[in-house]
Design a protein around this ligand. Structure first.
Ligand SMILES: Cc1cc2nc3c(=O)[nH]c(=O)nc-3n(C[C@H](O)[C@H](O)[C@H](O)COP(=O)(O)O)c2cc1C
Length: 323
């Protein structure tokens, strides 16, 4: 299937694996890219720019297909070495970068100079328009359903995607709640040129995380996510567990007086214990409502082949008869 996104990134299928903290390592990125999608290494999951350079080199040994790097701009004072990471990306010959979290303007000139295409992840049409204005090549439109940070507007993709289509000139992919061929065809119908998935790729054989994480996604329904950190205007959609319920009690009790320190035990530094050790109650971890649509743990190739076969069947068999 050829779309503006497959053309832009030189990939076979219009499917992108979104950056995921402590998940987006070379194993997953290479598996997605080998399956014809665009795999993404998560820059900030590496301890330094030098380590990111090594991870990019490691990924190159696993695939000769295009892959990308996610740069998440965090709202913190002691910023990571973004300039060093951009250099590692360029020197490593990576041609796709997914930016997220904040305005990527500062990194655009260097990336564009090196021929890198930048897709910025946004949760609002006004942010997507800003991304277009500053020169991003594409955007990933992340609806309220998404795992991770849906922003503060709470607009689901059935509204957000057509709104983006009405306003944007640059191509965009859908993100949030995407799982299968139905998601892809619906995304195309709503104006997107492809789709981005996080939670679905977390529950694959190659995702380098503890089996408990994958099993938890398969066991979860669409009712099992919660929004945390809303009072801090840093809302995150996570899978519920006792730590999350504790956190929500604190949010209710402390109201607008709550500070990050109050919930640090449930959110700070917990990812390693969850993703690596499989300690599922260690704290809050990002997970989308799409968990309700996930009930197996395929390889990335099985998943992507299935999505494409289902998408083609919907288009050529079901929809064609309605035309
Ligand atoms: C475990 C996990 C970690 C994530 N970490 C990041 C991250 O570090 N940076 C980022 O831009 N997005 C991150 N995301 C968001 C994904 O890239 C993607 O936008 C989102 O998962 C899409 O929604 P879905 O889960 O419904 O597919 C994360 C998502 C998950 C599930």
């Amino acid at each position: 299937m050829r779309t503006k996104i497959t053309e832009m990134f030189g990939i076979e299928h219009p499917i992108i694996q979104g950056g995921m903290h402590m998940v987006g390592y070379a194993e997953l990125a290479a598996a997605v890219s080998n399956a014809g999608g665009l795999g993404i290494i998560t820059g900030l999951s590496q301890p330094s720019a030098a380590a990111l350079a090594d991870e990019i080199a490691r990924c190159r040994t696993m695939t000769d297909k295009p892959f990308g790097v996610n740069l998440t701009f965090l709202p913190i004072v002691n910023a990571p070495d973004y300039a060093g990471m951009v250099k590692a990306i360029i020197d490593g010959g990576v041609k796709a970068v997914e930016t997220a979290g904040n305005n990527p303007q500062a990194v655009l000139p260097a990336l564009h100079e090196a021929g890198v295409k930048v897709i910025h992840k946004c949760t609002a049409v006004r942010h997507a328009l800003k991304a277009q204005r500053i020169g991003c090549d594409a955007v990933s439109v992340d609806g309220f359903e998404c795992g991770g940070h849906p922003g503060e507007d709470d607009i689901p993709n059935f509204i957000l995607l057509p709104r983006a289509a009405d306003e944007l000139e640059i191509p965009f992919v859908s993100s949030g709640g995407m799982a299968d061929g139905r998601s892809l065809v619906a995304s195309l119908a709503l104006g997107a040129e492809g789709m981005n998935m996080g939670t679905r790729f977390l529950a694959t054989k190659e995702a380098p995380v503890h089996q408990n994480v994958k099993d938890a996604i398969v066991a979860a329904s669409e009712l099992d996510t919660r929004l945390v950190m809303r009072p801090l205007r840093n809302t995150e959609r996570v899978l519920t567990n006792p730590a999350v319920e504790r956190l929500l009690v604190k949010e209710r009790e402390l109201g607008s007086a709550i500070k990050f320190e109050d919930i640090a035990p449930e959110v700070a530094g917990v990812y390693g214990r969850i993703m690596k050790d499989g300690d599922m109650d260690a704290g809050a971890w990002s997970c989308g409502m799409v968990a309700g649509l996930i009930d197996d743990i395929p390889t990335c190739a099985e998943l992507i082949d299935r999505i494409m076969a289902e998408a083609h069947a919907i288009i050529n068999e079901r929809l064609v008869g309605l035309g």
